[in-house]
Design a binder for this molecule. Sequence first.
Ligand SMILES: *Cc1c(COP(=O)(O)O)cnc(C)c1O
Length: 339
Amino acid sequence: MAELMDWSNLGFGYHKTDYNVRCYYRDGKWGEIEVCSEETIPLHMAATCLHYGQEAFEGLKAYRCPDGKVRVFRPDENAARLQSTCRGILMPEVPTELFIEMVKKVVRLNERFIPPYESGATLYVRPLMIGTSAQVGVHPSQEYLFLILVTPVGPYFKGGFASNPYVIIREHDRSAPLGTGIYKVGGNYAASLLANKKAHDKGYACEFYLDAKEKKYIDECGAANFFGIKDNTYVTPKSTSILPSITNKSLMQLAEDFGLKVERRQIPEEELSTFEEAGACGTAAVISPISYIDDLETGKRYDFGEEPGPVSRKLFEHLRGIQYGIEEDKHGWTMVVID
Ligand SMILES: *Cc1c(COP(=O)(O)O)cnc(C)c1O
């Protein structure tokens, strides 16, 4: 049988699949889950998602595993994070059970688009919530649409588990509004597009943010958290303006399981020069080792080497092993969606 797609050469982009799933919030309650094969949504031109940013998304992956099963990774964490965002921008919360039922349904319906294990590609699952009622005054919507689309994706950065250069661009700030619990809302990413373009134009893989207030401490890199390794310690920034990554949370646990010390604290920029290894982590990035970080304003370069370091590699392989059902999932992080 001909292959549905050239799985091994997939980038991180959108490909049409067979179905998406949708659920509408009307009259103060969630309706039935609807299965849809349309890629578009009918939307009022005055919908609050378009004018006032009542919009939030999430991201997780489904993995086709060597044992023939399909697993997703910590979907309850994505549901909880979306609920936090919903509270912050006055959208109704999507109950965890509804969220997970829709994840299962959309993955099963699109089974033929889940890339084979050997390809290294996965099925990216993208939940999206929008306010749909018309408002011209700044008020929350009455009605909402929660939908989940899926798309097969390859590695976020070309080359997969390979080191890439990053660049600090001081005139831009990271997204998460300070300490409000509002995460993955579109406006934040609109503001990052220019920083990302500047980084790419200069030949870097990704932009790197310092804290918005003092421009002294490390925040995060593009749409991934930062970690550094030194003296048998996993160090990751504590800041109210970085997104609480589920991948980072998992890596902190794995590092601890490996007997590393874990520190979550402010990291002054100069401390970068003391790390033996550095990496970016997230659902899309998995672990993307960092070869060096340039600070364009000071002309400083923080170098971590062209080759991924041993601790980053070990964390990467272990995390991947759990996600693919190869290694024991002793924290109960994976959920089998197709048996
Ligand atoms: C999604 C995201 C991350 C990674 O979070 P995960 O839960 O690990 O996928 C990191 N930073 C930003 C800005 C993000 O949007």
